[in-house]
Design a binder for this molecule. Structure first.
Ligand code: SF4
Length: 349
């Protein structure tokens, strides 16, 4: 597929250089000048075609900087992107992310055409569980609410009472437990996220055996070695990391939570314990912060490239569809999550 997408490399002409000058200025801090002639023709062609087709590109925080900062219309975590997808007037959405994100966009925007540039851009968490698995869990634990991480297929969301993200998981667990009048919830599929959330709430959590193949690889020894090699470094970790890694970090939060932390505290030196493109993308925004860059790549996210985005727009591939009956049930679980109020609001109420 990559070959098909890249075999006709586009030329870097003076017109392309002029048209992409401003885009390069944005990423010059993280994209070497020698690489720009490879990216620039695609940046121009994609932006031209988006205008022609009234399309938008939604880019996840783990996309590479030439995608994230040069062709994306909306950037963020999976939930922010899906919300933007629902709000945009554009009828055509290209999801620069993985398949469950494109499904979530389709669930929230059933009338729009949603494309993913590579159908094999999956996710180890989404692949760890099926709708049938959730039905068995519900049979085993009748009466307990099912809280499902957004990193799941539409089938799994459809079997759930409510969805959550890594930024709102504690609030969702507490509110759904209160609504059901129970002290235990089923939280799927990420066992580390569930364990990390359980430590922050009085609610007991029954979990699943799913793991993010990127975040599960970080260890306490890694964190200690970052600190040793970079005295004073502030360690931010994603809650899909193992609980002992979270215990060693200075702050744990979602991708948007980590970005907010850097914006608020402006640490002199920081390490983001997450997928490696994240630091490049945030460094563009905060060039005064020194980012230590551990490099655990997500192979699924890295399937999405500029040539594949261009091909996607040109050929209208690959369209992501969701059975309307499943989409309606999945949407109800996502919308229930969107109604959950943050803990501070609930205490004040
Ligand atoms: S980083 Fe982890 S959770 Fe995100 S898509 Fe890759 S495997 Fe899935």
């Amino acid at each position: 597929m990559l070959q098909e997408a890249t075999r006709d490399a586009l030329p870097y002409t003076p017109e392309v250089a002029r048209a992409t000058h401003a885009a390069y200025a944005r990423v010059a801090h993280v994209v070497p000048e020698i690489e720009w002639p490879v990216h620039a023709p695609y940046v121009k062609a994609i932006n031209d075609l988006k205008r022609e087709k009234n399309a938008v590109v939604l880019a996840h925080n783990y996309m590479t900087p030439e995608i994230f900062h040069c062709v994306a219309d909306f950037m963020g975590d999976s939930l922010q992107l899906a919300r933007e997808a629902a709000k945009t007037d554009a009828k055509l959405i290209v999801q620069a992310g993985v398949h469950f994100m494109a499904e979530t966009s389709k669930i929230l925007s059933p009338d729009k055409t949603v494309l993913i540039p590579d159908l094999e851009a999956g996710c180890s968490l989404a692949a760890s569980i099926t709708g049938a698995d959730v039905r068995l869990l519900k049979e085993k634990y009748p009466g307990l609410p099912v809280v499902t991480y957004v990193n799941t297929s539409a089938d799994v969301k459809a079997e759930s009472d409510v969805c959550c993200t890594s930024s709102n998981a504690v609030d969702v667990v507490e509110e759904i437990a209160a609504e059901f009048g129970v002290g235990t919830v089923i939280m799927i599929p990420d066992e580390y996220l569930a364990q990390n959330v359980a430590k922050l709430t009085g609610v007991k959590v029954i979990t699943w055996k799913g793991r993010c193949e990127v975040h599960e690889r970080f260890t306490v020894a890694d964190i200690r070695s970052y600190r040793e090699a970079n005295p004073g470094v502030v360690v931010l970790a994603h809650p899909e990391c193992p609980p002992d890694v979270i215990g060693e970090a200075d702050f744990a939060g979602s991708t948007s939570g980590m970005i907010a932390y850097v914006g608020k505290h402006r640490p002199a030196r920081v390490v983001m314990v997450t997928e490696c493109s994240m630091s490049d993308n945030v460094a563009v925004q905060y060039p005064d912060v020194d980012f230590v860059r551990p490099c655990n790549l997500c192979p699924h996210m890295k399937r999405i490239t500029l040539p594949k985005i261009l091909r996607s727009l040109r050929t209208m591939t690959y369209e992501v569809t969701v059975d309307p009956a499943i989409a309606a049930r999945a949407k109800a679980a996502v919308e229930r999550m969107l109604r959950v109020r943050p803990r501070a609001d609930r205490k004040a109420a």
